[in-house]
Design a protein around this ligand. Sequence first.
Ligand code: ADP
Ligand code: MG
Length: 260
Amino acid sequence: MVELEHARDLLTRMGLDTAAQLLDAHLERSLHDQHTYVQFLAELLSSEQMERERRSRETRLKLAKLPHRKGLEDFDFSFQPSIDKRQIEELATLSFVGRNENVILLGPPGVGKTHLAVGLALEALNAGLVVYYTTLSSLISDLLTAQTQGRLNRRWRVYLRPALLVIDEVGYMQLSRQEAELLFRLISERYEQGSVILTSNKYFSDWGELLSDTVLATALLDRLLHHAHVVNIRGQTYRLRDRVKAGVQTVPPAEIPAAP
Ligand code: ADP
Ligand code: MG
């Protein structure tokens, strides 16, 4: 019994809290099932490992600031036939993140751009990657605040560190020259260093107006699209699905971006 206490104490002091907590239960089971010492040790350590992975995912999930947790399994591909399901499945393998490539989701409101971005982000979190979600307007206001407070460099790391950065809702807000330069700097610094998933309701040809500078927009798109998978969604808004089902006439989508 003294030895058991001693072993538990050692586990705790080495930071193996789960193993310490489960020591009694594992011992009992190993005795009962006549496990070998090696089996006992492997099981005890693997429960520690599993708990660590669970906590790490939980922490990364919280830090990712996702707007919701709807995954790809909740996405109804039959509702949106313009999406190539195999392309999304290929993206879900995350090889694009391994190659620091980008994903651009284009389409009018309600067609599932945010849902797909969050779904891919969840896949990345499950795979152990660091992810961060932001909308363009929060990104810009956050960087501007940091700039005025003289802590832009520190804040910058939030957007450079993640293996995958989601920038949602590009196109709803027109950027001033100063704001566009911040976005340009971010895209340039992540270029070939990390992946970006960006969603937009605007044609690429509208980006000059969006960024208040055609030259800057061209340079930004050049980097963004150099290694990019573009998913062009042309379809009905899912938000009106029930109305469509009920046979109610819907308004046609206002802005449907074309392929680049
Ligand atoms: P967008 O970002 O393109 O404006 P969202 O991704 O926010 O659209 O989608 C609007 C709502 O409809 C969300 O609740 C989303 O989960 C749901 N949704 C959109 N498309 C689908 C789909 N094909 N299958 C299931 N849910 C969908
Ligand atoms: Mg959206």
